[in-house]
Design a protein around this ligand. Sequence first.
Ligand SMILES: *Cc1c(COP(=O)(O)O)cnc(C)c1O
Ligand code: SF4
Length: 342
Amino acid sequence: MITGIALQDKDDSHERHNTVWKSALASAVRDPQHLLKLLDLDEKKYLDQVSLSEQFKVLVPLSYVAKMKKGDWHDPLLRQVLPLKAEGIKAFGFLSDPVGDLNAEVSSGVLQKYHGRVLLITTGACAVHCRYCFRRHFPYVNSVPDKVQWQQTLAGIKSDETITEVILSGGDPLMLSDVRLRAMCQDLADIPHVTTLRFHTRVPLFLAERLTPHFIQWLSELTIKIVMVMHANHANELDNEFEISMTKLLRIGVTLLNQSVLLKNINDDADKLVLLSQRLFECGILPYYLHQLDKVQGAAHFEVSNDKVKRLQQQLRERLPGYLVPRFVREVSGKRYKQPLE
Ligand SMILES: *Cc1c(COP(=O)(O)O)cnc(C)c1O
Ligand code: SF4
């Protein structure tokens, strides 16, 4: 389970660079009623559809709330973060570990499913809790590396020369303090056969301030290829401030990609997906994957039918240049790569 915010990161609680975004996180919304109020949504009208007793708690930074439309119950950003009673539906085939992550865990917090790449759970914390998250039931507490485990992880990567890319995931790796993150990145960059470091993150979508000058500086000093995969699902997430923060990454040579999840009533619409791809491109980002929802317990109400997915794929191909059409994929437990949806 995701454990909340790593504010207690003691390494650098005194560190000036991290105070702005950490205080933005501290003021995040943690209560669905508060969220409704901020959006001028009438509690009496909507509260009976909202789930109040959730184990995967509401967590929404105010800057994400600011991108939502007031008074709009169907707002596509609100729908990604508001727990609905529909999450309680026990749907057939929806599991707590739908993508077989626990089987792929080669040691604590280290997932190896695919050739040449290893994925590290760097922290259990996220800056937002997405209701469709396939890791919502993942036992993170046991997977966040302490110093000893980190040395073991490094030793494992060093001893396997087939690993050329290390993926920092979580949770969200940008929730770590600069001190921790920089040390991790440096350790990995020092391994000769590791040529690429990849971040998967949602943080810049609502905490653009996380990409501080200090962060950009040390990142630019790493002598390793850096890829950042954003997880945006809707063009409304990509505002001006986000675009500016991406420029900073582009300037230091970071490759920017995006992966989205197809979500019913949020982005399962050709116009919305076209707009998302175009907006990503304006921000210097290429669409990478569009995932069919992982069948995680509590997310059945987000599922888009396979027929509809096929139609959407066809429409995107007809309307966009090839480089703006994301690869439609599904994660299938035990397969050697993410499965194309055809
Ligand atoms: C998705 C994933 C990757 C990365 O796969 P790519 O196809 O290279 O993006 C690597 N490891 C794990 C465990 C994954 O789930
Ligand atoms: S989808 Fe990503 S950012 Fe959202 S809760 Fe899951 S791991 Fe965190």
